[in-house]
Structures are given as structure tokens and as C-alpha cells.
Design a protein around this ligand. Structure first.
Ligand code: BMA
Length: 330
């Protein structure tokens, strides 16, 4: 990953090979590939509901399928990242239930702690189960407890103190390691803020020992100018911090809901990321189940032509650009 940062910025897409704007569950298909002829360099997959022993994640994607696609992406020479929106362990509602003080309850021991511990065990088992045909573990970028600077998740700023957050983060990583996970690159990933500073960015940082990559989730909500300005500010801060802390950095989630700007990729995203020696930029999912959850390119979206220009730009890397640079196919 460190070497790849010198070659360009990898382009990623969440749930890329499992469903798209107009299709679901087809095999070998990808909205990104259907637009530009190549798979994204980075594919993101979601673990939410794994902790409940569900066979499908919270978006209806079978974990068996996710495992298969991770192996496929690895075989192509691509990179994999995992997000996790676990259910609230206290209320049993989903990740978007910030009620109460769940982290305090986990930390104070008892039944909630035991449940939480078992959940980390399930994630560990899943990550360890990602193997090549020869039985070697496939490396993945794991991005737990993301967007904690927002108040919408049960691990977010409304539901815990920074110290409680750091304790949970450290516990998670220590536990994964003690359970034998050795194939996870750990990414710390707050939500963006228009007034971002290095200090604010580091409020929940659990420490260098626990993190390999710095990330930020930044979407366009207002004007394109504001988006470009905000993302450049975030990346400049991460660039500095990554040098000081010897970490990688990435734009871990981005998008402009339904991409209403037909030239967004070259006039929004490119100006936002250009010049930064960073790992990747990942567009969030083109959901099959929610029309408004659509952030990547697709053949029938007006931004398709512009995405081909984005693809052709020498700074963006897709899977063919990194093949042979990541591993030797063990
Ligand atoms: C969110 C949304 C949700 C989804 C979740 C996990 O940002 O896209 O619809 O369930 O990610 O993929």
C-alpha cells in the first residue's frame, strides 16, 4: 500500500461486484467496469449483522458471497476494505440508534461486555477465514467505529466520551490480534467537518499502536466548491498527520447522492484529491434497495462519460493498473 501511494490514487467502490444501480446478485458484473472497462482497485464490503450470526449482511448480501468476491478481488491483484455497522448491543436496534451510553455499558463488564466480546470474535473469525486457494490469508483494510465524530451511530460523539471510544477501539484491535488476526490493516476514519483541524481530527485517535491508516468520510451535500475546499482541507491535515505518525491515508468514503452533476468526477472529485500522495478514494454503494443510496458511476447515469475521463486521468488507479504490484499470487 505504501508503494502504491507513490504510483497514484486507487479508486474504490463499496459493494461493487454484488449489485448496482439496475441489477443485483449477477456474477462478474460491476457498475464501474460496465462504465470504464475495469474493476475498481479497491472494493469495499460491509460486515453489519455478522455479529448476529446472520447469513446475510444488513444490506442483504450473503457473507458467503462477500467472501467469494474478496477472493476474486485478491486474485485480480485488487485491494479489499471492510466496514462494519454492527447493531446496538444494548437496545438490539441497528447501528443508527445512538440512545443511552452503550460504550460505558460494554466497558463496565457483565452481559453486554460478554456479548460485545463474542461479536469481536465473529469478526476475527471472518477476517481469518479470508484465504487464497493456497490457504494464505488475504489482507484487508478494516475500518471499525467510523464516523464517530457524528452523532448518528451508537459509538458516535453523542453516545460516548473520547476516552470511552478509545478504550473500545483499543479493545477491539487487541482482541482481534489476540485471536490471531494478522491480515488486517486498521483504518481510523472520522466524518469530515468544514472546520476540520488536526486537533479535532485526532480527538478520538486511539494511538499509533492501533492504527495503520488515516481516513475520512466526506460527501458533497452543498456546493461543489465547498466540497473541494473541505476535502482538500481534510486531506492536507491527513497528509501532515500521516507523515508525523508514519501512516497511510485515504478518502475512505465519498459521493454526491445520485450524482446530479454530470461532470462531478472530473470537476469535483479530481480537483479535491489531485496532488495528494494518498492511498485511495472510495465511492459509496449503488444500492439495490434504496434509490437515494447511489454514489458511484453506472452506465445509465449522466455522469458515465465523465467517469471515463476520470478513469483515463493518469492519477487514478484501477485494478489493471495495480495488478502485479500488490502480490505474486500466493
Ligand atoms: C450506509 C447506508 C446504509 C447501509 C450502510 C451499510 O451508509 O448505505 O443504507 O445499510 O451504509 O452498508
Amino acid at each position: 500500500l505504501a508503494d502504491l501511494q507513490n504510483r497514484g490514487i486507487m479508486v474504490g467502490h463499496q459493494d461493487d461486484p454484488v449489485y448496482g444501480t439496475t441489477w443485483k446478485w449477477d456474477s462478474g458484473r460491476s457498475d464501474v467496469k460496465d462504465v470504464c472497462g475495469d474493476y475498481p482497485a479497491v472494493m469495499g464490503f460491509e460486515l453489519g449483522a455478522l455479529e448476529l450470526d446472520s447469513t446475510k449482511n444488513l444490506d442483504g448480501v450473503p457473507f458467503k458471497r462477500i467472501r467469494k468476491e474478496i477472493v476474486e478481488q485478491y486474485k485480480r491483484g485488487g485491494i479489499i476494505t471492510l466496514s462494519w455497522h454492527p447493531y446496538n448491543p444494548v437496545t438490539g436496534k441497528n447501528a443508527w440508534d445512538p440512545s443511552g451510553t452503550p460504550l460505558k455499558e460494554i466497558l463496565s463488564g457483565g452481559a453486554v461486555h460478554a456479548k460485545f466480546e463474542s461479536w469481536i470474535g465473529k469478526v476475527a473469525a471472518f477476517i481469518k477465514s479470508l484465504k487464497t486457494v493456497k490457504g494464505n490469508r488475504i489482507p484487508v483494510i478494516f475500518r471499525p467505529w467510523h464516523e464517530m465524530t457524528g452523532g448518528w451511530f451508537w459509538w458516535g460523539c453523542k453516545s460516548c466520551t473520547p476516552e470511552e471510544y478509545k478504550s473500545i477501539y483499543r479493545y477491539t484491535i487487541d482482541r482481534l490480534h489476540s485471536l490471531g488476526v494478522d491480515n488486517a490493516v486498521i483504518c481510523y476514519s472520522p466524518g469530515a467537518d468544514s472546520n476540520e483541524t488536526a486537533e479535532r481530527y485526532m480527538t478520538y485517535y486511539p494511538g499509533d499502536k492501533y492504527v495503520d491508516m488515516l481516513g475520512v468520510d466526506a460527501y458533497q451535500y452543498g456546493s461543489k466548491e465547498q466540497y473541494v475546499k473541505d476535502v482538500r482541507n481534510e486531506l492536507a491535515i491527513m497528509q501532515q498527520l500521516s507523515a508525523a505518525h508514519k501512516k497511510l491515508y485515504a478518502l475512505t468514503e465519498t459521493g454526491y447522492r445520485n450524482t446530479p452533476d454530470a461532470e462531478w468526477f472530473t470537476t469535483g472529485v479530481l480537483p479535491a484529491i489531485s496532488g495528494f500522495r494518498m492511498s485511495y478514494v472510495l465511492f459509496w454503494r449503488n444500492a439495490w434497495d434504496q434509490k437515494e443510496e447511489n454514489f458511484g458511476p453506472a452506465p445509465d447515469k449522466s455522469c458515465a462519460g465523465d467517469f471515463r475521463k476520470f478513469y483515463a486521468d493518469k492519477s487514478t488507479l484501477f485494478v489493471k493498473d495495480i495488478k502485479g504490484k500488490t502480490h505474486k499470487g500466493k
